[in-house]
Design a protein around this ligand. Structure first.
Ligand SMILES: Nc1ncnc2c1ncn2[C@@H]1O[C@H](COP(=O)(O)OP(=O)(O)OP(=O)(O)O)[C@@H](O)[C@H]1O
Length: 229
């Protein structure tokens, strides 16, 4: 479990995260939802140790975040980080050489699933295929938790559907997934837990299925209630 406990982050005098607490469990998809600027990316960076926090704590499987903990997490950015001149196959080979936890079988499965071609250069890929290549490279690492910042942003409908299908497939296995988004419609049916954010604070967190079955409300219904109140 990733446990974010009352974390506070300031940029200058501005409180960007104000006692944010939530958990993301293994085997579940947890979604941080909020409009631009509420602090979603800052939370991701804090979990990855890429930005220091003022107070609060972050634990992964009951251990404080340290170098070992980072071997449990993969952060999949929204842009390709490999040189654009590299072919997909070369990028896969690079990852295999560099990371001990590269899972070649899963990488091949993802290549087929996304219908990507090894000989295509990263720089020549469409936005949708770049996102898929990014996912391929990240998901092929055997890590217990996957963090993805806006994996569906700016991607065409068919690519979004294909990417969404990965989340419900065996390719995710029983890993914990934490994603951020400001567009919920396409992915509402995939999400287990929802964390609604506003101006650096958690307004509400709930399980989507429980909300549907007990209160008959969709995630969008709850968002309307919370944000338009
Ligand atoms: N390096 C920085 N210096 C100063 N302020 C920053 C810095 N990074 C982020 N901020 C501010 O912190 C707040 C939260 O930013 P963050 O990027 O976490 O939001 P977000 O919810 O991920 O937004 P988006 O959906 O646009 O990515 C914003 O007001 C942003 O302007």
């Amino acid at each position: 479990m990733i446990e974010v406990d009352r974390i506070v982050k300031k940029y200058g005098k501005k409180n960007v995260l104000d006692e944010v607490s939530f958990t993301a469990e293994k085997g579940e998809i947890t979604c941080l939802i909020g409009i631009n600027g509420v602090g979603k990316s800052t939370i991701m960076k804090a979990i990855m140790g890429l930005t220091p926090i003022g107070s609060g704590r972050i634990r992964i499987d009951d251990l404080p975040v340290n170098k070992m903990a980072y071997e449990k997490i993969v952060f999949i950015p929204d842009t390709l980080t490999m040189p654009s001149s590299m072919k997909i196959g070369e990028a896969m080979q690079f990852m295999q050489d560099f990371y001990a936890n590269w899972n070649e079988k899963r990488a091949q499965d993802l290549l087929a699933f996304f219908k990507l071609k090894k000989e295509d250069r990263l720089g020549s890929l469409s936005k949708g295929n770049s996102a898929k290549a990014n996912l391929l490279l990240g998901l092929s690492l055997d890590a217990d938790y996957l963090l993805m910042d806006e994996p569906f942003s700016g991607i065409d409908m068919f690519s979004r559907e294909q990417i969404a299908a990965v989340f419900t497939s065996h390719l995710i296995e029983d890993r914990g997934v934490l994603i951020t988004t400001h567009e919920i419609h396409d992915i509402e049916h995939l999400i287990d837990k929802v964390v609604l954010l506003e101006q650096g604070r958690v307004l509400k967190q709930f399980y989507a299925e429980e909300m549907r079955s007990k209160e008959g409300k969709s995630v969008v219904d709850v968002m309307r209630e919370v944000y338009l109140a």
